[in-house]
Design a protein around this ligand. Structure first.
Ligand code: C2G
Length: 130
């Protein structure tokens, strides 16, 4: 069984996220999705996340694409998770190309093309205009 892992904030879940999750799932047989905590996001400069962790987890769950959902809360957790869950493939969008090459030491790293023309920031700004 090929085990795949991916991570994200998934704020105001949109089709860019869903397309990423669909392609991540198609890379293997079992998909683990890590959803970031608010505190972890703050440490990496994401300060305007609108939805709570539970709302974001529920949105990912509702896609039906994740076999397991975990919470990402600290720097360095990806290595621990890859070992803990015996992961074969780590994947993330191409906006991160090169940034996670260090994980090649632990599993295969795949960057999937990011979906153009949609982002959580854009959804947030459209909401404000309504
Ligand atoms: N994504 C995408 N196309 C978009 C927007 C996002 O393919 N238009 C992908 C991102 O590349 C990422 C996933 O959807 O793989 C989740 O995106 P975010 O919620 O923005 O999370 P991100 O900040 O990219 O977190 O530890 C966290 C991870 O490193 C990635």
């Amino acid at each position: 069984m090929v085990r795949v892992i991916t991570y994200g904030t998934y704020d105001l879940l949109h089709y860019g996220h869903i397309r990423l999750l669909e392609r991540a799932k198609a890379l293997g047989d079992y998909l683990i999705v890590g959803v970031t905590t608010d505190d972890f996001d703050k440490t990496r400069g994401k300060i305007n996340v609108q939805q709570s962790l539970m709302e974001r987890i529920e949105a990912v769950r509702a896609t039906g694409l994740a076999d397991k959902i975990i919470v990402e809360e600290y720097e360095g957790q990806k290595i621990d998770d890859i070992r803990r869950y015996d992961v074969d493939i780590f994947t993330v969008g191409s906006d991160w190309a090169g940034k996670f090459d260090y994980l090649n030491e632990y599993c295969k790293v795949v960057y999937l093309p990011r979906t153009e023309g949609i982002s959580s920031s854009e959804v947030r700004s459209k909401q404000c205009k309504l």
